[in-house]
Write a protein of this length. Structure first.
Length: 255
């Protein structure tokens, strides 16, 4: 099939996205704070916002465009963490791939999250204990100091084979360089329906008087399927004029 969704904010605003926010100013299209990319999405969450989707969030998603369990998917997204982001407090997710529970499943994390935890930006991979047990196993598979991401745009590309058995695989690129790769891992749940990406600000346990709000900026999202075998092929199909740079890997993660 190829590219299954293209939603670049500078070109089409929020067309094609579903919005989840409890604040009228929670999801707005604004000028790029760095002055580089035209219009971008500003996601804003305040401690006093009404709940959205039963939680503390200002996010957009593309449900029901789903990647099935057992399929290969590609994702491009770009995030800007403001220089004045207050570190600490409860973890906040900036981008995630959410599952579609069958019903009656236990409460669990999304299969893949890119988020801020204290002074770190971390990638969390979550999967079922087994095909017959949908309780979760959580793994932080990659992390870097948040200071490296503040006040600048960071582009991420994810290539994943979704599987709740040992057939799963994951690759992550940061600014055109591969920073993580693994194979032979489970990375989702045994659900009939598939998974869809979300981006914005999501703080499940809420904000506080000490950290009353969070803001992030996003350039959008491009999603592809297993039609592409390389970073360059996916990016060309996504109409993003860039090619892969050499990476230095050590035991699956960037040195």
């Amino acid at each position: 099939m190829g590219i299954t969704f293209t939603g670049k904010i500078a070109a089409s605003g929020l067309t094609g996205y579903n919005q989840e926010t409890g604040n009228a100013a929670g999801l707005t299209v604004v000028a790029d704070p760095a002055g580089l990319y035209g219009n971008v999405l500003r996601a804003y969450l305040n401690k006093d916002d009404a709940l959205a989707g039963s939680s503390h969030r200002s996010e957009v998603n593309i449900n029901p465009i789903l990647a099935a369990v057992g399929s290969v998917a590609w994702y491009w997204f770009s995030v800007y963490v403001p220089a004045d982001w207050i570190e600490g407090g409860n973890p906040t997710v900036l981008w995630q791939v959410h599952d579609t529970p069958d019903g009656g499943d236990p409460i669990r994390r999304p299969p893949l999250e890119f988020g801020v935890n204290g002074d770190m930006l971390e990638v969390m991979s979550t999967a079922a204990v087994s095909g017959a047990n949908d309780n979760q196993v959580n793994r932080v598979v990659w992390e870097k100091p948040l200071a490296e991401f503040k006040g600048r745009w960071t582009d991420f590309v994810v290539n994943i084979t979704w599987n709740y058995t040992s057939g799963g695989a994951l690759k992550i690129w940061r600014d055109r360089r591969m920073v993580f790769v693994e194979t032979g891992q489970k990375n989702c749940f045994n659900d009939v329906l598939g998974m869809y990406p979300k981006l914005g600000v999501y703080t499940p346990l809420g904000l506080s008087a000490e950290i009353p709000d969070h803001t992030s900026y996003h350039r959008g999202l491009v999603v592809g399927d297993g039609a592409y075998s390389t970073f360059d092929a996916f990016m060309a199909a996504a109409s993003i004029a860039t090619t892969e740079l050499e990476s230095v890997m050590f035991r699956g993660a960037a040195a």
